[in-house]
Design a binder for this molecule. Structure first.
Ligand SMILES: Nc1ncnc2c1ncn2[C@@H]1O[C@H](COP(=O)(O)OP(=O)(O)OP(=O)(O)O)[C@@H](O)[C@H]1O
Ligand SMILES: [Mg+2]
Length: 446
């Protein structure tokens, strides 16, 4: 028999005692979040026979460092670690399984499984879809003798791809549909609440104090509004999204497609005489074969709508070795004519999207219909790439499709320039002949 003595601080104790369906803890750096999560799950396993617990972090490396190694140390002689399954088995039948969800679909591996308790460490690193998929597995496993209400525990900091869904539920407390406010509890903890750091490493507070202002407000004081890192801070739902959009007579209509079997995103756009672009319809669907995607796009376009062209991902022009056919061939044969290759220059393209969002003074140059739910959802979720300056992160992949289609759309209305990217002050442009309606484009200068 081994005795483990733990001394939670007041905030951690409140976290331990919460039995809400969803309890989140933290909101800033160093508040003892990971410790609290680990201990809470271990306490549950020790005190509830047969309980099935899943603890998740976004990546395997984080999981190892943050939880696997400390738990192996702590649970020596208490629970048996089964490396193949990444799980701790307790003598009372309880089980803590450790997992990670590197990509959007990794979450599917937990489908069909049942856990009374799921712990999501650094919840803001997970997308809302991943969270929702996990709620499906948060149910009675049938291995417990007592009645136990399934629940999820979260730790979190502001920022990250999940910032919005965590903030809405736990901080802003705005609920939709069948969500119930009483199901959500938030226990805010700051580094000052963590006795261990304040006594052993007080200089850490100084480190947080020296961060750039917005980050400091978020990480030291847990200010969720201070968050920085959005790729498009220019995007503003009130300014850019409209319920009723009236497309002027004579506007040129076109479509932009980012095709993938995992997701096909297609945007229907119109451009008025001043160069303002209206995105008025979207398709966002997974598992469409090329021909099916083309048919769907055609079916969603009313016959009365005259579409000038469809700009699409350049890789559709690559020929497949086996068939000798390209995606372009297949889609054209399925009836999607007037396809043109998108300019896939990413950084220039993102700058152009930014310019359209910014617009001219009061008026943005891009208006999005509120029917384009996925474009509206994904634009604010995009984050900066951590290694390529000015590029958007490619993960989670699911959120990149609609913004990429938007980039293709706006690039197709923007004159190409001859000079290389590093001389972006020049205003020497050429037109892409396949799209040019001379005199129609507005020049965008940087
Ligand atoms: N009640 C406690 N008793 C002993 N040590 C603690 C306690 N709470 C936290 N600690 C220790 O304080 C340090 C920081 O805690 P922890 O890693 O849990 O913070 P965190 O909020 O997860 O930090 P980060 O924001 O970096 O993820 C760790 O060394 C942890 O073991
Ligand atoms: Mg932590």
């Amino acid at each position: 028999m081994r005795e483990i003595v733990i001394e939670p601080n007041d905030k951690q104790r409140a976290f331990f005692e919460s039995t809400a369906k969803y309890t989140a803890y933290g909101g800033a750096r160093g508040g003892g979040k990971s410790w609290a999560m680990r201990m809470k799950l271990i306490l549950l396993a020790l005190t509830h026979e047969g309980i099935q617990i899943l603890l998740l972090r976004r990546t395997l490396a984080e999981l190892r460092e943050n939880h696997l190694l400390p738990m192996q140390e702590l649970l020596k002689g208490v629970a048996k670690y089964i490396a193949g399954e990444k799980e701790f088995r307790f003598p009372n039948g309880a089980r803590i399984r450790l997992g990670y969800c590197d990509s959007e679909n990794d979450v599917l591996q937990f489908q069909g499984q049942a856990y009374e308790v799921i712990g999501l460490e650094e919840a803001t690193h997970f997308t809302e879809l991943q969270f929702l998929a996990l709620t499906e597995s948060n149910r009675a496993s049938g291995r417990m003798k007592e009645r136990f209400a399934p629940r999820m525990y979260f730790t979190c900091n502001p920022g990250g791809v999940g910032h919005e869904w965590v903030k809405r539920r736990f901080i802003d407390r705005k609920y939709r549909g069948s969500e119930r406010e009483s199901d959500y509890a938030f226990i805010k903890s700051l580094v000052f609440d963590n006795r261990f750091i304040m006594e052993n490493n007080p200089e850490y507070v100084e480190t947080l104090n020296n961060l750039p202002d917005a980050r400091k407000r978020a990480m030291l004081y847990g200010d969720w509004d201070a968050f920085e890192g959005k790729f498009f801070p220019e995007f503003d739902i009130i300014r850019h999204v409209k319920r009723e959009i009236s497309i002027p007579e004579g506007a040129i209509r076109f479509r932009a497609v980012d095709y993938g079997l995992d997701m096909t995103a297609c945007l229907w756009c119109a451009v008025d005489g001043k160069g303002r672009i209206y995105v008025y319809r979207e398709l966002y669907q997974s598992n469409l074969l090329l021909s099916e995607a083309a048919e769907k796009i055609i079916a969603m376009t009313p016959k009365s709508e005259c579409i000038r062209y469809t700009v699409a991902s350049p890789d559709l022009w690559n020929r497949r070795q086996e068939s000798g056919k390209s995606g372009f061939d297949i889609m054209t044969r399925a009836g999607l004519t007037h396809m043109i290759k998108a300019d896939n220059t990413r950084i220039v393209g993102w700058r152009i999207v930014r310019e359209y969002l910014r617009g001219d003074g009061e008026t943005p140059s891009l208006i999005i219909s509120d029917k384009c739910a996925n474009l509206i959802r994904c634009l604010p979720l995009l984050r900066f790439d951590t290694s390529v300056r000015e590029d958007a992160a490619g993960t989670p992949h699911e959120i990149t499709h609609a913004p990429e289609a938007l980039r293709y759309a706006l690039m197709s209305r923007t004159p190409r320039k001859k000079k290389p990217l590093n001389d972006f002050t020049s205003s020497v442009y050429t037109f892409d002949e396949t799209v040019s309606e001379r005199g129609f484009f507005e020049f965008i200068e940087y």
